[in-house]
Design a protein. Structure first.
Length: 495
């Protein structure tokens, strides 16, 4: 993945700073509560939501099991429709391919559709290093780009900004990127949207190269699909002569019919809409200069750690993700810490399980991400493809603490335990030993019950970090086993 976010402090430190920002917390609380309330209402309209959720999970799991076959089928279909397919093993290769394709057109600027895959690989920075300027055309991405900022949400990258901040960014920065903001611009949403529209219009009309990602790729037809709400995607997909799409290999679905499930669940889970205002589909190239669509189409299929994640039987379910962001909007940790604390373009619960698999857990930030959760399970409840995020979080925590076998860059490796977890390993091994020896467990429980009046209210040493924000559970006066024997399981008149 891109080095843009690596090097940040571990999640606890970054989150500590973010929690102290009252403006940020207010922005996040207002936005996430609004989105999730609307989502709940939209989902409740469907009596078969549970069945659609299960169907989405089944389609994704089937596709991942047969990914090799469907990727070959996709390549054949795209090629037959006039497109060209490129395979990129990592971020560097993908960036090199895209830069070479843009240079081949003779252009020095491109317009972009909102794309998390291109953020993941740091494409904008790579193109800038080659003398190519990339213009984000999604409103929230434009705000982030003009503000020299980083995205903090999957669906609403500028969720951490309020209207006043956006007005100030437009006034100060728009002139350096093109058409300046109108004189006297206020923080009215209508005025801000109009300023962005006027600023972007000139870029749409002169751009010869467009860059996009895709929400889905259909193997049987070679069709790519983008869903969006503003129309900027439609402009980028139809006006430029050359279109380059960078897409993760997991975004594939086998058949056109499979889209029916996701075109119901994605808009409801993300924007709380029955359907997206713009659903754009394209297959290959157009054969006429006057027709909508590109005359040259290039599909860059991106691995960048996805094959490694696929090799993990527990962790691979993260590849089902359709980037709806519902898990972020219900997460109590994300609501308070914001997206930047995750050190990745994938924030929130899904980022906490996806980033450590794509990048590995060698860095401090990636080793801390599996702990960026309360394990409350709200993320699993709202996921439209039933990713059991808490299960994967616990699985990755075990990998961080214990190390063990994993696949990195296609090779089987033995990971070393991460630093700073010696006490946790010792505690877990002690617990494992105790549970394997019933007599010792029983004796320990009795001692704990009889000495409970002397128990401290907080833990000493490193344990203070845990008990500083929560109460230690009280020890009962009698162990459960003793109670069960004394009362015959409650049948002898237990008090």
């Amino acid at each position: 993945m891109s080095g843009t976010f690596v090097g940040m402090p571990a999640f606890p430190e970054a989150a500590h700073d973010a929690v102290g920002n009252r403006t940020l917390r207010g922005n996040l609380r207002h936005a996430t509560h609004t989105i999730r309330a609307k989502r709940a209402k939209a989902v409740a309209e469907l009596s078969d939501w549970a069945e659609l959720r299960e169907a989405g999970r089944a389609v994704k799991d089937h596709t991942l099991r047969h990914l090799d076959r469907y990727l070959v089928q996709l390549e054949e279909a795209v090629t037959a429709a006039g497109g060209t397919v490129h395979w990129a093993a990592d971020a560097d290769e993908a960036n090199r391919i895209v830069a070479e394709l843009v240079r081949a057109t003779g252009e020095s600027e491109v317009v972009k559709v909102k794309s998390m895959a291109t953020q993941e690989i740091g494409l904008n920075e790579a193109l800038e290093a080659e003398g190519i300027r990339a213009y984000e055309t999604d409103l929230a991405e434009l705000i982030v780009q003009l503000g020299r900022d980083r995205p903090s949400h999957i669906l609403v990258p500028a969720i951490h900004r309020n209207r006043g901040e956006i007005r100030d960014i437009f006034r100060k920065e728009m002139s350096e990127w093109g058409r300046p903001a109108p004189e006297g611009l206020t923080d009215s949403p209508a005025e801000l949207a109009e300023a962005a529209r006027l600023h972007l219009r000139e870029k749409f009309l002169r751009a010869k190269v467009g860059i996009s990602g895709a929400n889905f790729m259909v193997a049987e037809t070679g069709t790519l699909v983008i869903v969006e709400s503003e129309g900027n995607g439609r402009m980028c997909l139809t006006l430029p002569e050359t279109l380059i799409s960078v897409v993760g290999i997991e975004k594939i679905v086998p058949t056109w019919r499979d889209l029916e499930v996701f075109l119901q669940t994605l808009p409801r889970s993300s924007t709380a809409e029955r359907m997206n205002p713009y659903t754009s589909m394209w297959t290959g190239t157009t054969d006429s200069e006057t027709a909508d669509g590109p005359q040259a189409f290039h599909l860059v299929l991106l691995d960048n750690g996805r094959t490694d994640a696929l090799a993990d039987r527990v962790g691979r379910q993260a590849l089902r993700c359709i980037r709806c962001s519902a898990c972020l909007n219900v997460c109590p940790v994300y609501e308070r810490a914001g997206g930047h604390a995750y050190g990745s373009v994938y924030p929130g619960p899904i980022g906490a399980i996806l980033s450590p698999q794509l990048r590995g857990t060698a860095s401090e930030i990636d080793a801390s991400l599996p702990y960026a959760s309360s394990l409350c399970g709200a993320c699993y409840e709202v996921c439209p493809v039933a990713i059991d995020i808490p299960e994967v979080l616990v699985h990755l925590r075990e990998r961080v603490v214990e190390g063990g076998p994993a696949v990195r860059e296609g090779n089987r490796v033995l990971l070393k335990p991460a630093k700073g977890h010696a006490a946790e390993r010792a505690a877990m091994r002690a617990a494992r030993w105790a549970f394997a020896h019933p007599g010792a467990l029983r004796a320990g429980q009795r001692i704990a019950s009889r000495t409970r009046r002397f128990h401290p209210r907080t833990l000493p040493g490193p344990g203070r970090a845990w008990s500083g924000s929560r109460d230690l559970p009280p020890v009962p006066s009698e162990p459960f086993r003793d109670w069960w024997q004394r009362t015959d399981g409650g049948r002898k008149g237990a008090k």
